[in-house]
Design a protein around this ligand. Structure first.
Ligand code: MEV
Length: 326
């Protein structure tokens, strides 16, 4: 393979927020997600030796080093799992000469549920391709990254990977069967963090268990979620906030029915309505992480959320996908 002359490259990939369709998307239905302007940065430098070296202050990795032939084997620190698997999957498809050093920094905490694992996976694979002068189509790129996520956590729809690659706001069908932009001009949403990190795999399993015992009912819910995602797409394109609010309310009802709500989330959603938000719902797996609040009027006072231990986070949506920084 032709090696590029680049010796170093810095890339970044955005975090994401799910707007509609969570959980159903794991079973092949559509969802809508948006990229946020909080990013993970990876600086990659070529090494002569066949080594991977990783540094990440937030993940407490200080010169974590492994021979390329040993990747994925033995003990892997939690904070290095996605990076190591991403490097392994990339080089097993597109071998590189020598090795690579990766220095990772983040704009956001992995607590928020903004998808730091998928963002770092995307940034690592993009950086490796760039460093070795390899042009990957978005789909080839998606497949390596999605495989990495499945290798580590065993399940997931891949929407977080697609959003980190494509950026902006995307309509995504489970597994990447369809990925396209939703041309939104505005997203008048506020984001409130519950202060509690949710474990996505545990919540996917919880819904899976309900699906096994209530197959027909849960399938009907998924079909309805799929339909509301399609309607939400139209509402978003037309800036039809009244319609979008109705669809958020219905989607939240289904998520509650799937058992991924919490008392605190219900309180935060009630507070949103009491303060004249148009609608509010879980964003992502549920059980904690963030809720999104549709609000076209004045910003709601942060204190009302703080009383329920919720923190309004200042993030912009519809952000740029993976990109070269330098
Ligand atoms: C988690 O952010 C959203 C889920 O639908 C899982 C996934 O799509 O991978 C629950």
């Amino acid at each position: 393979m032709k090696e590029s002359k680049l010796k170093k490259v810095k890339v970044s990939a955005p975090g994401k927020l799910m707007l509609f369709g969570e959980h159903a998307v794991v079973y092949g239905y559509p969802c809508i997600a948006t990229a946020v302007d909080q990013r993970i940065y990876v600086e990659l430098a070529k090494l002569r030796e066949s080594l991977m070296i990783v540094n990440s202050e937030s993940e407490e990795l200080d010169n974590y080093a492994k021979d390329l032939t040993e990747l994925g084997k033995g003990e892997v620190p939690k904070g290095a799992r996605f990076v190591e698997m991403a490097v392994k999957n990339y080089i097993s498809k597109y071998p590189i000469k020598g090795g690579v050093e990766l220095n990772i920094t983040a704009d956001f905490s992995s607590q928020f549920g903004f998808g730091s694992s998928s963002a770092v996976t995307v940034a690592v694979v993009y950086g490796l391709a760039r460093l070795s002068g390899k042009k990957l189509s978005n789909k080839e790129f998606f497949d390596i990254c999605f495989k990495t996520v499945l290798d580590i956590q065993g399940k997931g729809s891949g929407y977080d990977i697609a959003t980190a690659i494509w950026g902006k706001t995307v309509y995504f069908v489970g597994g990447g069967k369809k990925i396209r932009y939703v041309p939104v001009s505005k997203l008048p949403m506020e984001i409130c963090y519950t202060g509690r990190k949710a474990d996505t795999v545990t919540l996917i399993d919880k819904v899976g268990k309900l699906k096994n015992s209530q197959k027909e009912l849960v399938n009907d819910i998924f079909v309805s979620i799929g339909k509301l995602v399609d309607k939400a797409c139209q509402a978003l394109i037309k800036n039809d906030w009244t319609r979008l609010a109705e669809l958020m309310q219905i989607n939240e009802g289904y998520l509650e029915a799937l058992g991924v709500g919490t008392k605190q989330i219900s309180n935060l959603i009630s507070v949103s309505y009491e303060n004249k938000a148009l609608a509010a719902k879980i964003s992502g797996a549920g059980g904690g992480d963030c809720i999104i609040i549709l609000n076209t009027g004045k910003k709601l006072p942060k204190e009302v959320y703080l009383k329920q231990k919720g923190v309004i986070i200042d993030v912009k949506t519809n952000a740029e996908g993976v990109r070269i920084e330098s």
